[in-house]
Design a protein around this ligand. Structure first.
Ligand SMILES: [Zn+2]
Length: 380
């Protein structure tokens, strides 16, 4: 029987059993809980989320910034080359992901070296398997793998639940039952006593809400930390396979590339009215969220070198343009490189005033003294 057909069949089964009561809970509780897990089909990397809505500096509008992607810029944070979103969209549009897995893998392979660690590992796993089953598609390939990887994921998830349970005796009596209930509920979803998939995000939220009620802050942090160890498709091959076995071949193909996509990042967060933007890979952009620049630099030891390389490419291009008679374009590009550099420096200086520790090395590197501004470049 066609694997895909089985998959679709099992997905369309009615989920009527959701409202069955569970031991120790009222029917109402069970319903709320199940619905909670069921209603959010969390798919944050859908391309519809990518379009950039923040403010832009009038001097460097989006269409102008888009041209910079022709320069194969490295991500200023992780240093990996980024893929323009248009390039990613071309592949499913050409039907390459929904074709046989060999065709899909062939299309993906050109980007393999810039993939993130989990995505790269998935490629290494699916390539030999595709040779064995060339007639099936990308999703069917992931379904095949799921039989092998599910037990691994479940074992990891249950181990984490057991570590959480082992902390119950440390809690005050009034809180013990609640942590027990949270872990039991999660376990029921993980071992599939319920029809709906276990959702990590909802589990973490439940644990965090619970942990915030605990007076012992150290224990509260310990509980939150343990819950955070639940594998995600971003850091675990097993979690990736179990999540994407239910996705279409197009979604799987796009997801393998999506974290390497070039996205626009406000250097000063949007929430603080930042306007100067820089291309950054989706993964680093997600990881930073709207946290301060200094935090991002501290957590990514090579970031200042990567940032300098990024700006260096812009400056080299500006010199090239100037040498070929494109003075106006050259000055604009220099202006942008300077604006980017200054925006980072301003943020770092501000953080210093707030007495956030910034390594001396970081400040020296961000001076960018070596940027060769040509003598005839006149600042406005
Ligand atoms: Zn990056």
């Amino acid at each position: 029987m066609n694997i895909l057909a089985v998959q679709i069949f099992s997905q369309t089964r009615p989920q009527k059993r959701l409202s069955l009561p569970v031991r120790g809970k009222t029917v109402m509780d069970a319903q709320t809980n199940s619905a909670k897990y069921g209603e959010i089909d969390y798919y944050p990397y859908s391309t519809v989320k990518i379009p950039f809505t923040g403010k832009f500096s009038d001097a460097y509008p989006k269409y102008w910034l888009k041209n910079l992607l022709k320069l194969n810029l490295p991500c200023p944070c992780c240093g990996k080359t980024m893929i323009p979103l248009d390039k990613i969209k071309e592949l499913p549009a050409a039907g390459l992901f929904s074709a046989s897995c060999l065709t899909a893998i062939n299309a993906l392979e050109q980007y393999e070296d810039i993939m993130k660690p989990v995505e790269y590992s998935i490629m290494q796993i699916i390539k030999p398997l595709a040779q064995k089953y060339p007639g099936i598609d990308l999703q069917e390939l992931i379904v095949l793998l799921s039989f092998e990887y599910e037990s691994n994921l479940v074992a990891t998830q249950l181990t984490i639940l057991n570590r959480l349970k082992s902390m119950i005796p440390e809690l005050e009596k009034e809180h013990q039952q609640e942590l027990y209930d949270i872990t039991q509920t999660a376990k029921e979803f993980i071992v599939k006593k319920r029809m709906v998939k276990f959702k990590r995000k909802i589990f973490i939220k439940d644990v965090e809400e619970f942990a915030d009620k605990i007076k012992d802050k150290e224990l509260s942090e310990k509980i939150k930390y343990e819950a955070e160890q639940m594998p995600t498709s971003e850091d675990s091959v097993s979690a990736f396979i179990m999540k994407y076995k239910d996705r279409t071949p197009e979604e799987i193909g796009e997801r393998l590339l999506m974290f390497s996509a070039a996205t626009l990042e406000h250097i000063t967060p949007d929430s603080q009215n930042g306007e100067v933007t820089i291309w950054e890979c989706q993964r680093c952009n997600n990881n930073r969220s709207d946290r301060p620049i200094v935090e991002q630099i501290t957590q990514n030891p090579n970031m200042l070198d990567n940032l300098r390389n990024h700006i260096g490419i812009l400056v080299d291009r500006a010199i090239f343009l100037r040498n070929h008679g494109g003075n106006e374009q050259a000055n604009k590009l220099f202006g942008y490189a300077k604006a980017v550099r200054d925006e980072y420096l301003t943020n770092i200086k501000k953080a210093k005033e707030d007495s956030i520790k910034v390594e001396q090395e970081a400040l020296i590197k961000l001076q960018f003294d070596e940027i060769p501004i040509p003598p005839d470049y006149i600042e406005e």
